[in-house]
Design a protein around this ligand. Structure first.
Ligand code: ADP
Length: 700
């Protein structure tokens, strides 16, 4: 890894990584700004040079540490870094506080700012003074010895440089991965000694402002005592690192006084006889917020799902909203006739509930302005912050209304539309009192999501109500049709019969007979439809009466064929039967069983084109017999199979030849006998309808 950007969103820091970083004590780590000023200087540097970081912090490196000849070389490194060449390595001499010269092998890299410019130069170095001296000694020895020593030295040097680079990479990875977190070190007296960029960003202080200050500065007052105890306990514990706040949430305090939830881990380290505590801390405000938003929405959804009575569920949702989102929540509903009904107004503060009640009952003139007026008209969200008296005056229906609004001490308000499937169902208004809180973009998103879910609940409830109404009115029409058509139909039958009887046999015009025939056929069809309708109503009302008895299968199938043969012949269809040998009788109401079979065979005849074959089969199936009616007709598309037994259902392609009750009746009758019915079909490969009937086994 060679490049990072300050402030990049690194993955979560883990304790090991942090320890790897801190444990690089043997490696020299120095951080400079682009001007060469010392920004960080680790304990290894302190030990080597004899300077304390505090002594040389902010000094330019060439003024304190570099041998004058080296300045050029270091400047070259800086320009290489600026040109993007890193990591790079070089060697130079440092002069220690005691005047000693040490040779250091450096590996350098840069941390870039958002703008791509070098923000910090990070150098990781290894002291190779002895190594180089050994090399020099070696030169003085005999050729042979020298060669050997040089080879050893070379191996050693390579090893140490490799080691340095490896650590440097670990260090660098560490820097990257913790960049988003705050890293704060304190001494034993709990004074801040290190405050990284992450900490600056999270807490809002600059490092200069807090280094040397007590850590308490970064904690809410109430948790300072607990924190001190925790540190004291941790100091004496055998572990070197630990997660903080395992049992309770920890909180930080920003420069502006704002508190925030945090997650932290602490480690301790002996540096030069001093004990240093380092806390790695992450601001989890965002995470907490989105967790609580999810919880809030889940709770709202479960409230909305409890009932189809949306007036009640929306009231509960309003109550939920004033628990975490706002101080006052008003819900206005657009009634089906377009009238606006104020469904609810709740206030979080019981002392102001009386104002909410007055607003709830306030008669709204929809042509005059009020808080939700614009949103109800445009369907758009409206967020008004810093509400002034002028704004309020523009939103009041009249003086008394204005007075109520004033008493709410509104700081800001948000109106979100209740929109579902492009329809406007109303608006939800959330009001925050001046003293309490304000609403931001995230609250808007949350409120809009809540409103969307509420609108779907209203939509569903209304659709359900409409569906119920539609079913009810259809059933009413059906019952009128089925009962009241009986008498006129009988009159038609009688009239047609009388007319036919009065016709002189031979002399009559053939067309008159044809007309009479057509009248009777139509009347018969009507009679069948009425019969089916009455049947289905009886079934649904549980008024179906069965007279089960043993029914022999072969004669039953024969009778079915007899009934339908004429129709099959007209359509040039073959009607066949395959009945297993020695089948027991079934236990059924014979008339009803005949009706089921006739319905199925009738359908097969109806839908199978000329030249086709219809086969009735009966086979044993456990304690029952299975009847199957197969045809060579057009088949039923797979996606429609699940619906064919529904009332009034017809496949698209069949045209309106019946009214879609035949199979529903068959199913009702089969199930009333304790059997089951199903269909198998493929488009172009015919259909087979199966049903079972319990076998009638004589009791032993
Ligand atoms: P309908 O009175 O319309 O025939 P049914 O309940 O008997 O009502 O049948 C419902 C629908 O199922 C029919 O309209 C048709 O689309 C389909 N159907 C039933 N039997 C067959 C079959 N043998 N072949 C193809 N489609 C069938």
């Amino acid at each position: 890894m060679s490049v990072t950007r300050a402030g990049s969103q690194a993955g979560p820091s883990d304790q090991e990584l942090l320890n790897a970083v801190l444990d690089t004590a043997g490696v020299l780590v120095i951080v400079l700004d682009p001007g060469g000023h010392i920004v960080r200087f680790n304990a290894a540097c302190e030990r080597l040079t004899g300077y304390r970081f505090e002594d040389i912090r902010g000094a330019r490196i060439w003024d304190v540490l570099l041998v004058p000849d080296e300045v050029e070389g270091v400047r070259r490194v800086f320009s290489q870094l600026a040109a993007g060449h890193f990591p790079n390595t070089h060697e130079n001499f440092w002069r220690t506080r005691g005047g000693e010269k040490r040779r250091i092998a450096w590996s350098n890299t840069a941390i870039l700012g958002e703008d791509g410019a070098v923000r910090y130069v990070v150098g990781n170095g290894v002291d190779i003074t002895e190594l180089r001296e050994a090399e020099a000694d070696a030169r003085r020895l005999t050729e042979e010895q020298a060669a050997r020593r040089a080879a050893e030295a070379e191996i050693l040097a390579r090893k140490r440089v490799e080691e340095a680079l490896r650590l440097s990479e670990a260090k660098f990875a560490g820097i990257v991965s913790i960049a988003a977190d705050a890293i704060i070190s304190t001494d034993e007296a709990q004074r801040i000694v290190l405050f990284n960029q992450g900490a600056e960003r999270i807490f809002g202080y600059r490092a200069e402002e807090v280094v040397g200050q007590p850590l308490d500065l970064l904690l809410p007052e109430r948790s300072r005592g607990v924190h001190r105890e925790h540190i004291a306990h941790f100091a004496g514990a055998p572990v070197v690192a630990r997660r903080m706040g395992e049992r309770q949430e920890i909180a930080g305090r920003r420069k502006d006084g704002e508190e925030f939830p945090a997650e932290a881990a602490i480690s301790k380290l002996e540096v030069g006889g001093q004990r240093i505590f380092t806390v790695v801390l992450r601001d989890i405000t965002e995470r907490k917020r989105s967790e609580s938003a999810q919880r809030f929405l889940a709770e709202a959804s479960s409230i909305l799902a409890t009932s189809l009575d949306y007036a009640t569920t929306l009231s509960s949702v309003a109550r939920l909203a004033v628990r975490s989102l706002a101080d006052l929540c008003i819900i206005d509903i657009v009634e089906e006739e377009g009238r606006i009904r104020r469904l609810e107004a709740v206030h979080a503060d019981p002392a102001k509930e009386e104002i909410a009640a007055a607003l709830r009952d306030y008669p709204l003139d929809r042509d005059r302005r009020h808080l939700a007026h614009r949103t109800l008209q445009t369907g758009e969200t409206l967020l008004v912050s810093d509400v002034t008296d002028d704004i309020l005056a523009g939103l009041a229906q009249d003086e008394r209304h204005l007075e109520l609004l004033r008493r709410l001490e509104i700081g800001c308000f948000l109106v979100v539309p209740l929109l579902a499937r492009g329809r406007m169902f109303g608006a939800m208004t959330l009001v925050c009192s001046r003293a309490q809180r304000s609403l931001d973009e995230r609250d808007v998103a949350l409120a809009e999501e809540l409103a969307r879910r509420a609108a779907f609940a209203i939509d569903n409830a209304r659709l359900y109500r409409e569906a119920l109404q539609a079913v009810r009115s259809r059933d009413e029409v059906l019952s009128v049709v089925s009962h009241d058509l009986g008498n006129p139909l009988s009159a038609i039958f009688i009239g047609a019969g009388l007319l036919e009887g009065e016709l002189p046999d031979a002399s009559v015009d053939a067309t008159v007979r044809q007309h009479l025939d057509a009248i009777r056929r139509s009347a018969e069809q009507m009679e069948r439809l009425i019969h089916d309708l009455l049947e289905i109503r009886r079934m649904e009302a549980g008024r179906l009466q069965l007279r089960p008895q043993p029914v022999k299968v072969a004669p039953l199938v024969a009778e079915t064929r007899q009934i339908l043969q004429p129709l099959a012949t007209v359509k040039s269809l073959r009607l066949e039967a395959e009945i297993g040998d020695g089948l027991p009788p079934v236990r059924a109401d014979r008339e009803r069983l005949l009706q089921i079979l006739s319905n199925l065979v009738g359908n097969a005849v109806k839908f199978t084109p000329s030249g086709g074959t219809i086969t009735i089969r009966v086979e044993p199936a456990g304690d029952a017999l299975r009847f199957s009616v197969s045809d060579t007709g057009p088949g039923i598309p797979e996606d429609q199979l699940p619906f064919i037994f529904d009332r009034f259902w017809q496949a698209q392609h069949t045209g309106r030849r019946g009214i879609g009750l035949g199979l529903a009746i068959a199913k009702g009758l089969v199930e009333a006998h304790g059997g089951s019915i199903w269909a198998e079909s493929r488009v172009g490969a015919g259909s087979t309808f199966h049903f079972t009937m319990p076998a009638d086994r004589p009791a032993n």
